[in-house]
Write a protein that binds this ligand. Structure first.
Ligand code: DP6
Length: 325
């Protein structure tokens, strides 16, 4: 009745942006990500007949409020799936995802929770089923089941049965690196959940975003298989800018970018002008992630650290999928 699982977070190169079903977390578009080894969550779930509610500790701190409710609601989903009503659990998680790095810990968090809970109950489920369950905690988390390059297929069914992640290329397929550029910023945050909802409902640019996804996906998968770094980077960088463009058309309009975000974007472009292949991508926040190749690690790291307003640069490699202890 007890199990421990570890899951890594992931960075989307083709973004998930918009839901067609909010409660089942079904996306409007396929997305594609790289799992990262530097950022992960380790979770132990212990089901116990003596408990009359779930208990959740994060980094040894008892969690209450919204964060607890999200976790407990997710376990309720697992209880329904396993048909074990009223069997509650103690959940202990530790995050190796520096919150300031702007990497949503929800991706590694829900992936580790789903894996540990299903293993603790000894459920014999395959990876697509685990990914489908994980998706209902947080969409991007369903991609963290696998290492390396991963695609989340949006599916077509109303019940979400065909909406889960699939493997595109394993962790050791290609040594692509990612620098997470941390900015000093106190900008008010629009959560990804709220931001994508507002965009779907109000942005006239949203249909253009959805229409363009199949082309970006076909091209980036070809680039990944061919290990064509420039091609992959160009598509990822452009896809990120298309996603962020939709937020400017929303009502009320919003942007995740900060002045330093733009400076980092321009610095990455000027690195390219000097012949150093580096490309940026940005999620629902001001921080920037920079894709680069191993031979350029030092120059990329130093250049980024020299930008005023950049407080830290965390380097990562391609990461692995779920592991159990
Ligand atoms: C911009 O997975 O955090 O990072 O499904 O509502 O929990 P919910 O959203 P979430 O959204 C991630 C959005 C993104 C792009 C991506 O990771 O694909």
């Amino acid at each position: 009745m007890k199990a421990t699982a570890k899951a890594h977070t992931n960075i989307a190169l083709i973004k998930y942006w918009g839901k067609r079903d909010e409660s089942l977390i079904l996306p409007m578009n396929n997305s594609l990500s790289l799992t990262l080894d530097a950022f992960y969550t380790e979770t132990t779930v212990t089901f116990n007949h003596d408990l009359d509610e779930d208990i959740f500790y994060l980094d040894n701190e008892l969690i209450v409020g919204d964060q607890y409710t999200k976790v407990s609601n997710f376990l309720e989903l697992i209880r329904n799936f396993a048909d074990i009503p009223n069997l509650f659990a103690e959940i202990r998680s530790t995050n190796a995802v520096p919150t300031a790095a702007g990497f949503a810990s929800s991706a590694s968090g829900f992936a580790a929770l789903a894996a540990a809970a299903t293993r603790a109950l000894d459920l014999q489920i395959d990876e697509p089923t685990l990914s489908r369950l994980t998706r209902q905690g947080s969409g991007s988390a369903c991609r963290s089941i696998y290492g390396g390059f991963v695609e989340w297929e949006k599916g077509a069914e109303d019940d979400g049965s065909d909406s889960y992640a699939v493997h595109i290329a394993p962790q050791d397929h290609w040594d692509v690196r990612v620098a997470a550029v941390v900015l000093s910023s106190d900008m008010k945050k629009v959560s990804s959940r709220e931001g994508m909802k507002r965009t779907v409902e109000t942005s006239p640019f949203y249909s253009g975003w959805v229409d363009n996804i199949p082309t970006d996906l076909t091209q980036i998968k070809a680039a990944i298989h061919a290990r064509d770094f420039e091609k992959m980077g160009e598509i990822a960088e452009a896809n990120c800018q298309k996603m962020h463009a939709t937020t400017l058309g929303a009502n009320p309009p919003f942007t995740y970018w900060h002045d330093t975000t733009l400076t980092v974007m321009q610095t990455v472009q000027s690195l390219r002008a000097k012949g150093i292949a580096a490309y940026f991508t940005i999620d629902a926040g001001p921080n920037v992630k920079v894709l680069y190749q191993p031979e350029n690690e030092e120059v990329v790291q130093q250049t980024l650290l020299n930008i005023p307003g950049v407080t830290n640069v965390i380097l990562s490699r391609s990461g692995q999928g779920i592991t159990y202890k």
